[in-house]
Design a protein around this ligand. Structure first.
Ligand SMILES: Nc1nc2c(ncn2[C@@H]2O[C@H](COP(=O)(O)OP(=O)(O)OP(=O)(O)O)[C@@H](O)[C@H]2O)c(=O)[nH]1
Ligand SMILES: [Mg+2]
Length: 443
């Protein structure tokens, strides 16, 4: 199985508490404070392992915790530091926050190691708290708490070429024909559930990686069919082979499919709609050799259907989209297309897209214990949320996006803000203000 995503929980180590103790020497009746500091909690670190190519290891275990720092001891003994935990991931792993979907880090390019959560600092022992007026402090600092984050790991296929198209047009058959991959092939829609990878080897060391993407349909950009999850994979493709069923096995017009799918790609964004495409007019082996009579004209003469490949070529080639008639089943036209694709790839830029960090859980969680207030303002007739906790949340949440809004709703619930607003008597339609941002409350 090709495990290309996993959701896991990461926990950094808690800092060890500082210790309270006093020197007890046979000859010194009232020894000074000698409580040691707590040890540092372990960090959670991600590291690229070049030998790995799946996330399957993360399917079996869900929780990964670093070690806690030990408490300080007597005689100024410092507690032992907690052990760091290092999670090995394949190159090209995209790490996102499981709740907001924001990018935490893209383990590609130069990024081979990333500290995702740092362990809590150890607390200071009571030796640090002695002053001229307080010589026997009974106080030591507690260690900083552990941090916990749920993250999604996603292996972004680094395929140069992606096969896209409507379900059952023959994408997997295509992949199987040109690589040693063994994808499932069947005549029902959505046979392919996650992308399959294969290497096209043209000899003389000339090769490229090609990915078979699950079928796309109208509404894919809004989540229809298998939805969005794999549209992301396409982002890194340099070239797309748009597979059409030129024989209209299911009765659809291949050109209509072509336009519908491109409309979905445009809705998803420029990152995918801007990738150059080459059309593979597939199933050429079952296009009738003799043109089919489809109607009679006014004089009773038979009207013949235009050859579908010619029709596709005439529609797309003037727009600069090359069209190749192929049969993934018989291999007809496939070699020619593969050589063309290889030549095209040589002309395209080589660098990979790297996703920028949008959210840093280490910093965000640092403020998890910061204060906030909830109050009603008589003058403006608004409910006001204030305090460092709110400010920081606003700083790392994009409330304009759907995911950001879901994250924000959970934040209101988890922090108990919702409950407090209800206690203050909030009603549907009332306004809530958080600094520059306002929203209307609805239960
Ligand atoms: N005659 C003929 N049949 C083909 C050709 N390519 C694919 N098929 C058939 O079309 C059906 C669908 O093929 P798949 O390769 O599973 O299609 P897909 O595009 O990967 O479909 P999804 O994974 O569901 O999106 C299968 O029954 C194939 O045998 C071809 O070139 N000629
Ligand atoms: Mg398939």
């Amino acid at each position: 199985m090709f495990a290309d995503r996993a959701k896991i929980i990461l926990i950094s180590g808690k800092g060890g508490d500082g210790h309270v103790s006093f020197r007890r020497d046979n000859y010194v009746p009232d020894g000074g404070p000698d409580g040691g500091d707590g040890g540092r909690g372990g960090d959670v670190i991600l590291r690229v392992d070049e030998g790995m190519n799946t996330l399957i290891d993360y399917r079996h275990k869900r929780k990964f915790a670093a070690g806690n720092g030990q408490e300080g001891g007597k005689k100024n003994c410092r507690g032992k530091d907690g052990e760091d935990i290092v999670l090995r991931v394949p190159r090209g792993t995209l790490v996102t926050d499981a709740v907001s979907g924001k990018v935490i880090v893209d383990m590609s390019g130069n990024c081979t190691e990333y500290k995702i959560l740092s362990g809590g600092k150890g607390g200071l022992g009571n030796q640090h708290f002695a002053t001229s007026t307080m010589q026997a402090p009974k106080y030591a600092q507690p260690g900083q708490p552990a941090k916990e984050a749920e993250v999604q790991l996603e292996l972004k296929l680094i395929a140069d070429v992606g096969l896209i198209g409507y379900p059952s047009v023959g994408k997997s058959t295509f992949l199987k024909a040109v690589t040693n991959a063994k994808p499932e092939i069947a005549d029902y829609h959505f046979t392919t559930l996650s992308p399959n990878l294969g290497v096209v080897d043209l000899g003389d060391g000339n090769s490229f990686v090609i990915a078979d993407i699950p079928g796309l349909i109208e509404g894919a950009a809004e989540g229809s069919g298998l939805g969005l999850s794999f549209l992301r994979h396409i982002e890194r493709n340099k070239l797309l082979i748009h597979v059409l069923d030129a024989a209209s096995v299911e009765g659809r017009d291949p050109l209509e499919d072509y336009h519908k799918i491109n409309a979905e790609l445009s809705k998803y964004g420029e990152k995918v709609s801007g990738i150059p495409q080459v059309v593979a007019a597939n199933k050429a082996d079952i296009i009738p050799a003799e043109p089919e009579a489809i109607d009679l004209d006014e004089d009773g003469e038979l009207i013949y259907a235009q050859d579908p490949v010619t029709r596709i070529k005439e529609a797309l080639e003037p727009a600069g989209i090359p069209v190749f008639a192929v049969s993934a089943a018989t291999g007809q036209g496939m070699q020619e297309l593969m050589h063309y694709i290889y030549a095209r790839l040589q002309q395209l830029p080589r660098e990979d897209t790297i996703f920028e960090t949008e959210y840093d859980p280490d910093t965000a969680l640092q403020f998890a214990n910061d204060p906030f207030t909830v109050r009603y303002d008589d003058e403006s007739k608004e409910y006001i949320l204030e305090g460092p906790r709110i400010e920081k949340m606003l700083g790392y949440t994009n409330l304009e996006s759907e995911r950001g809004f879901v994250f924000f709703q959970n934040f209101l619930k988890d922090t108990g803000i919702l409950e407090q607003l209800e206690k203050l008597g909030i009603q549907d339609g009332d306004t809530v203000r958080m600094y520059g941002f306002t929203f209307d409350y609805y239960k």
